[in-house]
Design a protein around this ligand. Structure first.
Ligand SMILES: *Cc1c(COP(=O)(O)O)cnc(C)c1O
Length: 409
């Protein structure tokens, strides 16, 4: 009991000294939610999004109509991409576009990379990558007659430099991993792994879905070739908001993506015969950009810029540290185990806890207004979006979890 009270005190103290505490009130709350522990799956809406969307519909769409395209909508994939590159990706201008979905961009970039390594037959990936990554690459391997080389990763950890060193070789065309593992949150050493892929003569494609907006990312400095990620998790873009692709400028001229649409063509409004790729990052666009879906992202990126990624990462580590402390002090005696790294250098923005009955417990948590998500076979994933989550909120959620696990030992 003593330690439980101490955790409650610690949560209050952490909130009082939290330099980002003021951001929480800038998100819409939800009346029946006691503790939202899933901002890594769908970020909360920023409060201003409501007015910004409605203004966009009335003014930009309603008044400007088709003229909106010449007012700047056609540039949004690149201007928003540049802004995201600067704030969250360590990418100089002209290398990021906002478009499509992560799944579609993965396909486009992986195909482009493989076409640039025609004499190599293997794609290196890992068994615990996010399902869409595995399925897309399985499809591409079948389509292009290539082989998949699977690295077996521990679902409670993630892909290591040693494992990659043992998997890449002279036949590796492309290497694809997640920077932060979707189950454990394990943060891969992206810089060292990128170097290994390059030493083998391969290209590398990083999935940043679980790192963008919460972890420091330095794509240019790390020498990354390609990356994709979504904007509805830590970036608060809203359900199904478009994804982003990074293509290092060194590769623009040599890479050709397979979905040759009109807006990726040079001089698209010339409407000429035959496909000629546009220069630069524009060639990775296929069709009409999802403008409406980009509106919330603009304000959300401004908020992230205002907070600053280093401060966001610092709070994220405190939040995950708090969950680990609570789990050790209050949950481990009921058979709950931690399936995430403890080392801060390898720890991402969420913590996965395990117990055999967590599928049922998740339903009971949701009934009580505590919203984490469940990941088969037995993991509760506690997601901690730093800008919209307080320590007392996390304490409240974990307290309900404690009550449920001690009632059914
Ligand atoms: C969320 C997530 C995706 C989602 O892809 P969609 O095309 O947006 O459905 C992909 N990869 C990872 C690692 C994710 O966490």
């Amino acid at each position: 009991m003593i330690s439980f009270d101490r955790m409650a005190e610690a949560a209050k103290d952490l909130d009082e000294t939290d330099p980002l505490a003021r951001f929480r009130g800038r998100f819409l709350g939800s009346a029946d939610v006691v503790s939202y522990l899933d901002g890594n799956s769908l970020g909360r809406p920023p409060r201003e999004t409501d007015a910004v969307m409605s203004e966009f519909i009335r003014q930009s769409w309603g008044e400007r109509l088709i003229r909106g395209w010449s007012d700047g909508w056609l540039d949004w994939p690149r201007t928003l991409g540049d802004r995201l590159g600067e704030i969250g990706l360590g990418a100089a201008a002209g290398q990021v576009v906002v478009a499509d979905s992560t799944t579609v961009l993965l396909y486009k970039l992986a195909r482009a990379a493989l076409a640039a390594r025609p004499d190599r037959r293997e794609i290196v990936l890992d068994t615990d990558n996010f399902p869409t990554d595995r399925y897309v690459l399985e499809g591409i391997a079948a389509e292009c007659g290539l082989a998949l080389r699977w690295v077996r990763t521990d679902p409670a950890a993630g892909i290591t430099v040693e494992q990659v060193a043992g998997a890449v070789g002279p036949d590796t065309a492309l290497v694809v991993f997640s920077h932060a593992a979707y189950r454990s949150g394990y943060v891969a050493d992206a810089e060292a792994i990128t170097r290994l892929a390059h030493e083998a003569g391969a290209l590398i494609l990083w999935d940043l879905c679980h790192s963008v907006g919460v972890l420091p990312v330095q794509l240019d400095d790390w020498g990354v070739d390609l990356a994709v990620g979504c904007t509805y998790k830590y970036l608060n873009g809203g359900p199904g908001s478009p994804a982003f692709a990074y293509v290092n400028a060194h590769h623009h001229a040599a890479l050709h993506q397979p979905i040759q649409g009109w807006l990726g063509r040079a001089d698209p409004f010339g409407m000429g015969p035959g496909y000629v790729p546009a220069d630069g990052i524009q060639r990775f666009i296929s069709g009409t950009p999802p403008i409406l879906g980009m509106v919330p992202l603009r304000g959300a990126l401004d908020m992230l810029a205002e907070a600053g990624l280093p401060a966001v990462r610092a709070k994220s580590l405190q939040l995950t540290g708090f969950v680990l402390d609570f789990a050790d002090a209050e949950l481990s005696r009921y058979g709950v185990t931690v399936a995430s790294p403890r080392d801060p250098a390898r720890r991402g923005g969420h913590i996965t806890l395990r117990r055999a009955d967590f599928r049922d417990i998740t339903d009971r948590l949701w009934e009580r207004g505590v919203i984490p998500d469940f990941r088969a076979p037995d993991g509760i994933r506690v997601g901690l979006a730093p800008l919209s989550t307080s320590f007392t909120e996390v304490f409240a959620g974990l307290s309900v979890l404690r009550e449920l696990v001690c009632a059914t030992p």
